[in-house]
Design a binder for this molecule. Structure first.
Ligand SMILES: Cc1cc2nc3c(=O)[nH]c(=O)nc-3n(C[C@H](O)[C@H](O)[C@H](O)COP(=O)(O)OP(=O)(O)OC[C@H]3O[C@@H](n4cnc5c(N)ncnc54)[C@H](O)[C@@H]3O)c2cc1C
Length: 350
C-alpha cells in the first residue's frame, strides 16, 4: 500500500492486487518500532534505509492522517535497551550515526520507567526512536488509497503468475483473468519468492514466523519501548502493551503456540512485574519476509523487462518502508534515489 501511494503521488496509475484483504499480514502483525532492534548489528544498507525513513516518518504520519482522517499514533517515546552484551559495539555505532543512542544511569532508567523490575544497572537509551500503531498505519494507508483516483484496489484476488511475452512482463494473472500493466512490482512480502518462481527467478525470501501477545494494561505501566535479551514491550497510547516476539522458521504456518504465549508473558512480566495483573487480551502470529542479512530486494528483476521487486524487509519492514518505496519509485521513474540502490539490487543476490 505504501508503494502504491508513493507511485500514485508521483503521477503513476496503479492497480493494487491483494490476495486477501489489504494490510492484514506482516504489516498488521508487527510491533511498529521505528528502528531496527539492535541497529549496530545490521549492515550499512539496512541502516541507510532506516535512517532515511526515520527522518521521514513524522511527515508521513502527518500526511496520512490528513489524507485519511486516521491517526497512526506515532509515539516518540524513545527506546531503552537493557542488558546489552555488546555495549562497546553499540557505542561505536552511535558515534558514527550522529549520537542516536547514549548510555543511561540507573536513576534515569527508573525515572523514565518506574515500573521496571528492580536491580537494573545499565542500559542504552535511544531517545529519538518512536513506534507507530501499525494496524492503524495500514488502515490510514488503505483509506488514503481509497481516496486516490489514480489507484484501483483489487482485493481477494491472488496473483498466480506474471504474464511474460518475449522476455517482457505484460501483466499479472488472477482468477478473474489477466490484469495488464506496463510494469509489475512484486510487493508480496513473505510470498514474493513463490510469485517469481514461475518466471524462473529464485528470490531468497522466506517466511519467518513471529508471535506476539497483547496485555490490557492501564496507561502508565509501560511508557516506552523496552528491549531486553531480544524480547521487547511496546506501549500503545491507551495503555495496552505488546510483548514480542518469537523468530521461528516453520514455513507458511501462522498458528500460535501456548509455549510461545507463556514465554512472551514470562519475559514481559519479568521486565515489568505489574503486567502480571493485566489480562492477556490477544495472541497472534505473522510471517516476516526473511532475506539474507535482512537486506530487502529492491529493483528490477534481471533479464525480464518491466518486472520489479520490493520485498524481503524481514524484521524491519515498518521502519524501512518509506525509503524502500521511494527508492523503488525513483528506479521506475528515473528519479534521484534516496539511497545508493546497488546493495538492494537482485543481480548477484538471486
Ligand atoms: C511479530 C512481528 C513483529 C514485527 N515488528 C516490527 C517492528 O517493530 N518494526 C518493523 O519495522 N517491522 C516489524 N516487523 C516486520 C514487518 O512487519 C515486515 O517486514 C513488513 O510488514 C513486511 O511488509 P510487506 O508489505 O513486505 O509484507 P506483508 O505485510 O506481509 O504484505 C504482503 C501482502 O502481499 C499479499 N500477497 C501475498 N501473496 C500474494 C499474491 N500471490 N497475490 C496478491 N497478493 C499477495 C499478502 O496477502 C499481504 O497482504 C514485524 C513482523 C512481525 C511478524
Amino acid at each position: 500500500m505504501m508503494q502504491a501511494r508513493e507511485l500514485a503521488q508521483a503521477g503513476v496509475e496503479v492497480i493494487l492486487v491483494e490476495k486477501g484483504l489489504c494490510g492484514k499480514e506482516a504489516s498488521w502483525a508487527g510491533g511498529g518500532i521505528i528502528s531496527p532492534l539492535y541497529p549496530w548489528r545490521y549492515s550499512e544498507p539496512v541502516t541507510a534505509l532506516a535512517s532515511w525513513s526515520q527522518s521521514y516518518y513524522g511527515n508521513l504520519v502527518e500526511s496520512l492522517e490528513a489524507e485519511s482522517g486516521i491517526d497512526p499514533e506515532l509515539s516518540r517515546h524513545g527506546l531503552l535497551m537493557l542488558s546489552l552484551e555488546d555495549q562497546v559495539e553499540a557505542l561505536k555505532w552511535t558515534k558514527k550515526h550522529k549520537n542516536w543512542a547514549d548510555p543511561i544511569e540507573m536513576e534515569e532508567i527508573y525515572r523514565l520507567e518506574p515500573n521496571l523490575r528492580e536491580g537494573l544497572k545499565e542500559a542504552l537509551w535511544m531517545p529519538r526512536v518512536g513506534s507507530v500503531r501499525n494496524p492503524r498505519l495500514t488502515q490510514a494507508l488503505y483509506q488514503s488509497l481509497k481516496n486516490e483516483p489514480a489507484v484501483t484496489i483489487l482485493e481477494e484476488q491472488a496473483v498466480s503468475d506474471v504474464v511474460l511475452e518475449s522476455g517482457k512482463v505484460k501483466g499479472a494473472i488472477t482468477r478473474q483473468g489477466v490484469i495488464e500493466a506496463d510494469n509489475v512490482v512484486i510487493t508480496a512480502g513473505a510470498w514474493s519468492g513463490g510469485l517469481l518462481e514461475s518466471v524462473g527467478v529464485v528470490l531468497p525470501v522466506e517466511p519467518v514466523r513471529g508471535q506476539m501477545i497483547l496485555f490490557k494494561a492501564k496507561p502508565g505501566v509501560v511508557n516506552r519501548v523496552v528491549l531486553c535479551d531480544g524480547k521487547y514491550v511496546i506501549p500503545r497510547r491507551d495503555g495496552r502493551v505488546l510483548a514480542g516476539s518469537t523468530l521461528e522458521y516453520v514455513g507458511f504456518d501462522k498458528q500460535t503456540t501456548e509455549q510461545a504465549k507463556q514465554q512472551l508473558a514470562d519475559v514481559a512480566i519479568d521486565m515489568y512485574p505489574a503486567l502480571a495483573d493485566a489480562q492477556i487480551e490477544h495472541h497472534w502470529a505473522g510471517l516476516r519476509p526473511g532475506a539474507p542479512e535482512g537486506i530487502p530486494f529492491i529493483g528490477a528483476v534481471p533479464e525480464i523487462d518491466n518486472l520489479y521487486v520490493n520485498a524481503g524487509h524481514f524484521r524491519n519492514g515498518l521502519v524501512l518502508a518509506p525509503a524502500s518505496v521511494r527508492l523503488m519509485t525513483a528506479l521506475l521513474l528515473g528519479q534521484e534515489a534516496p539511497v545508493d540502490p546497488v546493495p538492494y539490487g537482485l543481480t548477484r543476490r538471486c
